[in-house]
Every structure is written in structure tokens, then in C-alpha cells.
Design a protein around this ligand. Sequence first.
Ligand SMILES: [Zn+2]
Ligand SMILES: [Zn+2]
Ligand SMILES: [Zn+2]
Length: 255
Amino acid sequence: MKLTLLGTAGSEMVPVYGCECSVCTQAQNDPSLRREKASALLEHNGHKLLLDANAPDLLKRFPSGSIDTILLTHYHMDHVISLFDLRTGKGPTIPVFSPDDPRGCDDLYKHPGCLDFSSRAKPFEPFHWQDITITPLPLIHSKLCLGYGFEYQGKCFAYLTDTNGLPPETEAWLAQRNVEWMIIDCSFPPIECEQLRLSKNHNDISQILDISERCQPANMGLTHLSHTLLEWAHAHPEFFNQSLHLLRDNQEIKI
Ligand SMILES: [Zn+2]
Ligand SMILES: [Zn+2]
Ligand SMILES: [Zn+2]
């Protein structure tokens, strides 16, 4: 299994439009530091599975016939925006596995075009793509949202975005396995006020440390990053080590 991070930022991306903070200024000057909206590509046995569909160059990068399956975490616009361009295309139908959200996003269900939304992922009901077992894992977000655990020949990784904390049953599932890589939403520096933290839609760095402690993944890769988190991370390099990583766009992970 090879996972490529197509994007590692939240919906505002990096650099943020008009922002002159140090992170955004550096990213303006150095394209390798730019970050697109969070999504990923899983490649296995010569087939391609997209995890969310929002890459700005998605149509050029994946010509007709090259996408085997799309797996959606949730129907927030910043995770599905490319489906609106994709659905009007020609070529083979693309199955889209997604949470059982009755509303979806805008009129995608009504006018699916070449997309097939009939496959619904249900919490803890595993399904197969190629010879990989995929288990949908509930997350905590303002819209029905699922992370996914991927298991193949005793190896396991998880993709968990968007979320604020993890439900106990999801943590238990992860803690019971040797998770080689946990790719997880982390949008904020530490938020001291618990009430404020609970009101957010995404993890802060202290929640990440708690989850790491309880689930013990071998590696934790942070995605859905914001410029404020990155600015904080640059000032606190001691928080990061060989098993806690800030992911970057186009980074490849072999599992
Ligand atoms: Zn998001
Ligand atoms: Zn900025
Ligand atoms: Zn979201």
C-alpha cells in the first residue's frame, strides 16, 4: 500500500489568502511549503483510491479511467468540491463510498453524472477494496464523518479527518491494533480553555498527544494543518520527534 498526501491543510490552505504571517510569507516565496486542502491517494496493485476529492489539479492529475474508487470522509464542501467537476465527465462510472449522510452536498445525489453514490459506509462494518479490508471509524465533527482503518497482511494504518477528539469506540478499535501510521486532523495549537476546545470542529495539539498516549500508534502524521498551528510548531520543535510528524503535500508513505 502506498499513500500519497495530496493536501495537508484545512479549507483555508497555506498560504492563507492575504495573510502576512511568517508561515504564509514563507509559503508565498517557496512553493514546496504550500499546502492544499486535506486529501490523499491510496495506490495498491496498480489501482487508485482517492480519499476525499478536493485536489485543485484532480482532473489533470487523474485522467478518465484512472480512478478506481473514491472514499469520502464527509460531505463538507472543502472535501468534495472536485466531485462537481468530475461528475460531468465521460468515461467509466466511479463508485463513491461515503458516510450514510441523507443530505450529501448540494445536488450531488440528484445529479450524480458519472459518479455512483450507492455504496454507503457504516461504522465498524468492514468492506473490501482490492485485498485491503477497510473499516469505517466514527469521528466527532459538525457533519456525519467517518475515518477509515486500512488493514492488509497484518499491517494497519488509519486516516482520521475531520474530528475533534475521538469517540471511545474508535479509540478502542485503534488501541487493539498495531497501527503503523495514524494520519489525523490537527488544526490548532494547544487550546487551554476546555469549553473553547469542545466548541471547535478539529483537534488541537494537546488532544493529539492524549490520543497518541492511549492508542500508541508507531507513527502519527498530522494533517488538516492551519497556518496558526504551523507557526506554533516552528516555535516548539521539541513537541515533534521521529514518531510525531507534520505531514507535507505530496509526501509518500509506504505501508
Ligand atoms: Zn475539513
Ligand atoms: Zn498566515
Ligand atoms: Zn469538515
